[in-house]
Each structure stands twice: as C-alpha cells, then as structure tokens.
Design a protein around this ligand. Sequence first.
Ligand code: CP
Length: 311
Amino acid sequence: MQLSTKHLLGIRDLKSSDIQLILDTASQFKEVLQRPIKKVPTLRDVTIVNLFFENSTRTRISFELAEKRLSADTINFTASASSVSKGESLLDTVNNILSMKVDMVVMRHSASGAPHFLAKHIPAAIVNAGDGINEHPTQALLDAFSISEKLGTLQGKKIAIIGDIMHSRVALSNIYLLKKMGAEVTVAGPPTLIPKYMKDAFDINVEYDLKKVLEWCDVANVLRIQLERQNQVLFSSLREYSLAYGVNKKLLDSLNKEIIIMHPGPINRGVELDSDVADSKQSIILQQVENGVAVRMAVLYLLAGGGANQN
Ligand code: CP
C-alpha cells in the first residue's frame, strides 16, 4: 500500500487509511529497531535535508536517527549558522539546497504554513516537523502509536489534552488525528488558553476543571505553556497555573483508576507536570520518544514511495 499524499504537511488533510498505514508500517520498523543490527538499506541513495529554523531536541535527533537507520544520506541545516542570517529568503535557501540533488526536506519553522508554501514551489517531498502554532504531524502520529501500543486501539478511547491548547501545534495535530481514528477528545486548561471555536469546529469536549477531566480520561496528554508564543498575559503566573492545572501525584492518587500520562516534551517540571508523575510508571513519555524514531522511519519510507514488507 502507498500513501495518498506526496508530502506530510499536517494531519488535517490525511486520510484515516494513511494514518493506519503509517502506524502499521511503524510497528514493522519498531521490530527492526529491536534487532542487534538496527539498520536497513531501504533509503540507500535517497538524500534528505533536515531544515530546522526553530530549536528542537527530540524531533531533530529522531528524524536524523530515522534517516540513518534507513541508510539515507542526510544533511543538517541550522538557520542560525546559515546565510538566512544574511537575509536569504526561505525559497532561495531551499532551492540552493535542492540544486545539490536533495530528494526530501524535513522542515521545522516558526511560521505557520511555511512547509505548505514550500510544497507549492519545490519538487521534493516535504515533511512538516512543526510549523508555528499550526501542526506537528509526526508528534501526533507517535502519540497515537504510543497510545495504541498501551491500549490496543484508539477507537473509543478517552484522551484529554491539557494545557496551553491555543499555542500548541501538538494539540491541533492530535485533535485531527484522534477524531479521525475514533477516539473521544477533551481539551482542558484555563479558558484563556482554549480557543472558543474549538468545541464546535472539532466536535470535542472542553473542560476547565483539571480533576474532572482526569476522572474522565484514559490518557492525559499534558502540554507545556508555550511562553515563547504568547505576546499577552493569559494567566496570572506560572505558580498559579501550576496550582490550578499542574498534574501531580496527589491528584492522580485521588482518582479511582490509573490513567496514562503523556507529554511531547520539553517538560517544564513543577509547572504542568511534577517530577514524581513524569518519572512514574504511569508515564510513557520516554516510550513516546522511542516510538518517534519508528514512526518517522515509516513516514520517510512511505513518502519515498515504499510499500513493501520491511524484512
Ligand atoms: N516534541 C517536540 O517537538 O520536541 P522538540 O521541540 O525537542 O523537537
């Protein structure tokens, strides 16, 4: 089977069959990654550039590792160390790189829509590694993979996304994906951090009470306060945010069930999540990171035109 799309720009326009194909292919790559020799020759002679115009730890390393595991040739580009700092445009930068015969572009950019703009102007396949406050599709795919691994399915599962929903590309991609795959979604946080249009636009629940949403859900995906994307005061202080919306052990122990705790990282320990929760057996945060490599291998492989078994 093949993907119905040339690029991975977001989850919004992805078919549920594409999502399922990526998750199934990632399972095969996860099995490859358990072997003593973790490398396969699948993308030999494919050249991929990782264009990061914004900081990243997990996504950048994960894509690079996925490319190396698939035997692709990789080039890493950091905006601050490039001619972008001399005023070169995004399109000129990318066209110069592509003239060196690059097949695929993985891009993170602070401007929402930057990868969509590039997709209209260049022939290479583009993977969105996070664009502004728009989407972070591979994060949503690895989150879905991790939930399915724990619970067997996404269908009918109750997923809470808690925190700074307004500025989160992780929240948006997760909402699109979880709804397409039959999960129930509630977003929770302070009213000032949840856009009013969301409830009706996405057919999701909105909850402002942390205890209530934790009592409801099977999985809590806790998000960071994205201070770098906020240009106005939307809550009184980090301390007060933490008192009202910080997930801590006492709160989890007061529930009559054990829920799964997720976080895309980086964590602000002691703000949205306490250390004794982040590091507990309820937390699958490091499993999310581990699964990110297999999921990104699947995305790159499928966009490169793959579709056969991985053995
Ligand atoms: N989850 C995530 O995107 O982390 P990085 O910003 O470190 O890539």
